[in-house]
Structure formats: structure tokens, C-alpha cells
Ligand binder design. Structure first.
Ligand code: SF4
Length: 321
């Protein structure tokens, strides 16, 4: 059986609501509210959902870029939140992130060589000559050339910049990579190249990914497991195959019904979601989806549904089950 590389347990992040001169509030924005999942070594786990559902906050919590309100994150069995700062820096070598925006995530004043050498300097990896070689090698791996070393980010296209971002994430030979919407800022014409590159690298380097996206076609192509998030909660979780074949939560059903069909003769009924996502400052009581759910019953606004096993490798939180 494949071992768990990352284990997230009851993770929570509540932000204080911004106070204005008019409104003095002690309310909390529950960006991530008690979520749990595990990521197996060598697999790709997708977190999906609409903007603001808590996917990117989860990524930042795993990296400890922000402090959690509660819960635990274990990496290779180590509790990341109890590590000393020096142990945390050491562990960060194994956990890297590819950012959404290749335009703002690269320092415009640094050459590619400086950008790629920085993680090696931070983790004191290799001699000067070895670092040069590592930079050259990783550029080749992501499809760029040695001559690109002395260039600056503005000299590259969006797709090439994202290749630099990928190279920076991979140069320390991490075990776990968080890909936070890595293609959403790119032209459609180059999105497929970057996704293929990420897929090839995952296989070749035996990487484990946490893939954050709202593009379900990519999930189907790349991911082994999926967690569907709505307003800070995981409402459905399971293998990609099980969830794509038979999404059980009404929110997942609406999301998955909107995936474009490659076969124009295969008509699929699209479930339209009514209304906007409610504010996480004051989320609906009970099931947070009840204000938009066509199947809502009285119990849905009173009692929060818990995740229940619906099938092997498949859980869902809905009172209909
Ligand atoms: Fe809809 Fe009720 Fe299920 Fe929530 S618990 S998804 S409101 S049926």
C-alpha cells in the first residue's frame, strides 16, 4: 500500500473581519473550516471549487506561510506546526510551490540564474560550480536553454516564465509540490504545454502534487484524488474516477455538469447554480450550500452534514445520503 506523504487533519483558518470606521465587528471569516485529507506518495491530489472557497488558503497553511487557527499538518509523519524554525526551513526544501502568476512571482531585477540559485543558496546546496550545473540541468528539464541563464523575466513569454517558476520549485529536488492554479494566468494556447510538462515531471521525478484548480478537465487528465471545496469545507472527496463517474453532492453535480463535452452529439444536462457564493463572513447555517441547493430540505439549514462513506474511496457530506 502506498504511504501517506501529507496528512491534513481538522485544519482551520479564521481571519478577523476587517473593521471599518462605520462597522466595528469581531466577526471571523472562516476561510478554511475543519478540513481533513491525505495525499499519497507519488499521487496527485486536486482541490477544486469556485474562487474564495479556501483552496489557496489551504496551500498557504500547508506551507505555514500563514498561521492556522487550528488543526494539524503532517509531512512524512512529522507535525509541521511543532517544528522549530530551523527544522521548518529544512523541511521546506522538500515542499515547494508553483505560483499562479508567472508575471509577479519572479523578481524582475534578477537574472534567471539568480532566481534559480536562490533556493540553492537558502538551503546551502552544492558548491558554486555545482549550483551552476544544477541551474543548467533544471533549465534543460523544463525545456529552456543554458543561454537563458543570463536573461531577465521580461525577456520571456508567459509560458516560458511559468517554466522558470517550475524550475525554481524543482531545483531543490522536493518531494511535494503545491501547484496553485499554475496555468490560469496563461494563454489558452500554452496551457496544454505546461500541463503536459507538469505531468511528465511528476512521473519522471516521482513527485507528489497538491493541485489547486477550478479547471475540471485538468483534474480528469492529471489527478488521482479530488477534494471538492465549498465555502471553506470539503463537501465531497474521493478518487477522480469515482467522483467524475458519479458525483454525489449537488454542488459537485453542478460543477461537473458544466465540463464541456468533446463529443457534440453527447448531450449532457447542465445543472445551473443559482445565486452567488454567500459571504464566508456569515456563512449559511447547517449545510453551507443550502441557499443554492435545489434539493434543500428543512434539516439542511439546521444541521451540518458530515462526510459519509458512499463508496470505496468516496465520501460526501449531504443529508440526501
Ligand atoms: Fe443540498 Fe441539503 Fe445536501 Fe446541502 S445537505 S447539499 S442543502 S440536500
Amino acid at each position: 500500500m502506498t504511504e501517506d506523504l501529507l496528512c491534513v487533519e481538522n485544519l482551520k483558518k479564521y481571519f478577523n473581519a476587517q473593521e471599518s470606521a462605520v462597522i466595528r465587528s469581531k466577526s471571523k471569516v472562516k476561510a478554511v473550516d475543519d478540513i481533513s485529507f491525505t495525499v499519497k506518495k507519488g499521487s496527485v491530489f486536486a482541490l477544486v471549487g469556485e474562487s474564495g472557497c479556501g483552496k489557496s488558503t489551504t496551500a498557504r497553511l500547508i506551507l505555514k506561510l500563514i498561521q492556522p487557527t487550528g488543526g494539524k499538518v503532517y509531512f512524512e509523519g512529522k507535525d509541521l506546526y511543532s517544528l522549530s524554525s530551523s527544522e521548518l526551513v529544512k523541511t521546506r526544501r522538500d515542499i515547494q510551490m508553483i505560483f499562479q502568476d508567472p508575471y509577479s512571482s519572479l523578481n524582475p531585477r534578477w537574472s534567471v540564474e539568480q532566481i534559480l540559485s536562490e533556493p540553492l543558496d537558502t538551503h546551502r546546496i552544492g558548491t558554486r560550480a555545482e549550483r551552476k550545473k544544477m541551474v543548467k540541468d533544471i533549465l534543460e528539464i523544463v525545456g529552456l536553454k543554458e543561454e537563458d541563464c543570463q536573461k531577465y523575466p521580461h525577456e520571456f513569454s508567459g509560458g516560458q516564465r511559468q517554466r522558470i517558476g517550475i524550475a525554481r520549485a524543482l531545483i531543490t529536488h522536493p518531494k511535494f509540490v503545491i501547484c496553485d492554479e499554475p496555468i490560469s494566468a496563461l494563454d489558452v494556447s500554452i496551457q496544454a504545454q505546461i500541463i503536459n510538462l507538469l505531468k511528465d515531471l511528476q512521473k519522471e521525478l516521482n513527485l507528489t502534487y497538491l493541485f489547486i484548480t477550478h479547471d475540471l478537465r485538468i483534474v480528469q487528465f492529471l489527478c488521482d484524488m479530488v477534494g471538492v471545496m465549498y465555502l471553506g469545507k470539503i463537501v465531497e472527496i474521493g478518487s477522480t474516477e469515482a467522483i467524475f463517474k458519479n458525483p454525489r453532492h449537488p454542488y459537485s453535480q453542478a460543477l461537473f455538469s458544466a465540463i464541456p463535452q468533446p463529443d457534440p452529439f453527447k448531450v449532457k444536462e447542465e445543472v445551473t447554480l443559482e445565486g452567488d457564493v454567500p459571504s464566508p463572513l456569515n456563512p449559511p447555517s447547517g449545510c453551507r450550500f443550502h441557499t443554492r441547493c435545489q434539493f434543500a430540505m428543512p434539516i439542511c439549514s439546521e444541521e451540518e452534514p458530515l462526510l459519509k462513506i458512499v463508496d470505496e474511496n468516496h465520501k460526501c457530506a449531504c443529508h440526501l445520503l
